[in-house]
Design a protein around this ligand. Sequence first.
Ligand code: ADP
Ligand code: MG
Length: 486
Amino acid sequence: MTYTIDGNTGTWEIVCGLEVHAQVTANAKLFSGAAAAFGAAPNSQVSPVDAGMPGMLPVLNGYCVEQAVRTGLGLEAHINRLSIFERKNYFYPDLPNGYQISQYEHPIVGRGQLLIDMPDGHTRAIGITRLHLEMDAGKSMHDQRDGETLIDLNRSGVALMEIVSEPDIRTPEEAVLYLRKLRSILRYLGTCDGNMEEGSLRCDANVSVRRVGDETLGTRCEVKNVNSMRFVARAIEHEAKRQVELLEGGGKVVQETRLFDAVKGETRSMRGKEEANDYRYFPDPDLLPLVLPADFVDRLKATLPELPDIKKARFMAEYRLPAYDAGVLVAERATADYFEAVAQGRDGKQAANWIINELFGLLAKAGKGIDASPISTGHLGKLLDLLGTDAISGRIAKDVFAIMFETGDDPLAIVEAKGLKQVTDTAAIEAIVDEVIAGNPGQVETYLKNPKVIGWFTGQVMKASGGKANPQAVGEILRAKLPPVE
Ligand code: ADP
Ligand code: MG
């Protein structure tokens, strides 16, 4: 698991902390009643508050507060019953107030942790520093009209949760695992849809390097614009290599904000990093300190679903699944629910195999999610039952499965309509075996010298039966009918 960068003067390790902006799934914005849906016509979802009109007062959206607390609970984090909204002052054309309302010294959620599942089966805890609520800014569009910049304020005021990790991440892979797990938890909770293409989940990676064995942290750069899982790993890798080269060449890393260029696969300087005091944070005088009632947190605790880590442990114990299978199945709640519906009262490992090895492949090819699976949980269960009672062979089951995916039909109906029922009738199998033995005296000779050739006979009989003969019965009958091997 150790990941190091070999430089010319020694080996280096990566230190990385992620800042994730997760859009709260909510109908309205953080401080106004305007809609927050993605994809509306520009400036069609803007209240006077979002447009920064003079004299307008922000009103805190209680639902968004609840979702932030639920997310904090999902990250096993400390919930601060007192938090404070502050103004973070900076100028952007798409920030009409000239400040963003955020939280700074007193965020709503404090320290927590997130467990990432390493490929070798062990888990690693990544510390969560904080989660705070803030409003999003609008969007500048430079490519709509020549020589002019247009501004869309639909996003202005949309509720974001900024989730900051400790600098505990050591490899590009861990960063991806962290993001995946975070997204999984957010989606389980329903507090953020995790859609990176639509910008509901955005990630900035803070990267520094240090010589292996060093305790002190190096100077970090913040890489923005890493908005796909694939890019996160690449951006971190490139940025770390750049820093190693720079340091080994006698240079110094300057703390700055850099942009990841996915096409060129490099990071480049965007702007010097502002210090907190450049923002002149101060408590927003329009908003009272946020004080959560005593029972608020407990009430929300009761609304939490079973989260992926707990579900994974339960799947391993209850359905006797290996860690890998359980991890794959719990990543998405819909997949976990699908699995449980099929596995209930059946062989869990077998159900997992069909879902992971067969269904996932077909779904991916068809570009469908499990919610839209043409094979219902009831039908897949029925197919497993047909297999379990030897009504069909394993080979036929795969064919039936493909037809089920095509047509959405009931497996029993398919088996009956196509006459695919496994032949367990020994007389029928015996007739085929006799025929194959009589027709291949040469192979019988070979078999006498090499008993493994029975496999060839089995193949011939299966073929002659159209794959419907019960392989076990075929083996038994063949052994009885072939001349005995000395
Ligand atoms: P800022 O607002 O200045 O970006 P934040 O507290 O929001 O500061 O985020 C700092 C992020 O940088 C955290 O994710 C933290 O883990 C990470 N970080 C801090 N120091 C280092 C370092 N030396 N190397 C890598 N990451 C770091
Ligand atoms: Mg930051």
